[in-house]
Design a protein around this ligand. Structure first.
Ligand code: ATP
Length: 277
């Protein structure tokens, strides 16, 4: 992806001012009786980069899908840009969801795949094409607009998926382990590019991962969750300046944050085992 024009980052961390997402005692029990989430209270400010971290089954995806309005809470409420999720359009703001798998239409070109949300929304073709070109440019795939997905590497397919999210010009980007299936080097490259996009587009991001290192590298705040039943157990600020370069990853402070998260993850996993025993 292209670097933002100005690469000077002055913010130590984003200051949570206006809430972008408010989770108000929202909980979820699935129809089969699985208690996926105990009541969660969480406010995410505009411009934050928040990561949900925790052992398998702790409800990260469930929480993200409730924020997206793809799942109804069993009890409690969620607001996005001060409106109930279903009324986000009336706030004049938009959100996009990027899944772990790129889920591209294999028979359609990169350009057509990225245009899909605009076609579904009935955006006129000329405007849609211009926005697709801009989104492909942002993720560095403008030269591959006519290619079919199978001609692209896993990392490039994920970029297409991100472009498809960005084409709707979202204010809030929800990402469910988007780089989990990629090799370490590609993942790190996309992490760095995502931070550039976050900064350039002034996005609010909620990012699900299993990776402590990814969480430290990306986040202004990490929410630690535990399983059985799923719940939020701790949260951590990562008040380090952006951009976060490769040097940050080998710094003593990076190791300190990683150790804190590792200890917390261990506590979260042990808590689940004790509940299960
Ligand atoms: N549609 C569903 N019906 C019933 N139970 C579900 C459903 N989706 C998820 N669950 C259960 O809810 C709990 C939370 O699942 P969820 O996928 O939200 O966790 P997660 O933290 O995202 O897990 P992972 O890290 O493995 O992706 C798990 O016990 C899971 O098996």
């Amino acid at each position: 992806m292209n670097a933002p024009e100005s690469a000077t980052y002055d913010l130590p961390t984003r200051v949570a001012s206006t809430p972008a997402v408010e989770v108000l005692s929202a909980e979820k029990t699935y129809p089969n009786g699985t208690r996926a989430l105990m009541p969660v209270d969480l406010t995410i400010g505009e411009g934050e980069f928040v990561t949900l971290l925790g052992p398998s089954g702790c409800g990260k995806s469930t929480l993200l899908k409730m924020v997206a309005g793809m799942l109804e809470p069993t009890d409690g409420r969620l607001k996005v840009f001060r409106k109930p999720v279903q009324q986000i359009e009336s706030s004049g703001r938009r959100m996009a969801f990027v899944f772990q798998s790129p889920t591209l239409m294999p028979w359609a070109s990169v350009r057509t795949n990225v245009r899909l949300p605009l076609d579904l929304a009935g955006v006129p073709r000329k405007e849609a094409e211009a926005r697709v070109s801009e989104a492909l440019d942002l993720v560095g795939l403008e030269k591959f607009a006519s290619a079919l997905p199978r001609a692209l590497s896993g990392g490039m397919q994920m970029r297409v998926s991100i472009a498809r999210g960005l084409v709707t010009q979202p204010d809030l980007l929800l990402m469910d382990e988007p780089f989990g299936a990629l090799d370490e080097i590609t993942r790190h490259k996309l992490d760095a590019e995502l931070l550039d996009l976050w900064r350039e587009k002034k996005l609010t991001v909620i990012f699900v991962t299993h990776s402590i290192h990814e969480a430290v590298f990306l986040s202004s705040r990490v929410i630690m969750m535990a399983a059985r039943p799923g719940r939020v157990v701790e949260e951590f600020e990562i008040p380090e300046p952006y951009p976060r370069t490769a040097d940050f990853m080998v710094s003593p402070q990076f190791s300190r944050y990683a150790k804190k998260l590792q200890d917390s993850l261990l506590r979260a996993s042990t808590a689940a085992d004790e509940v299960a025993a």
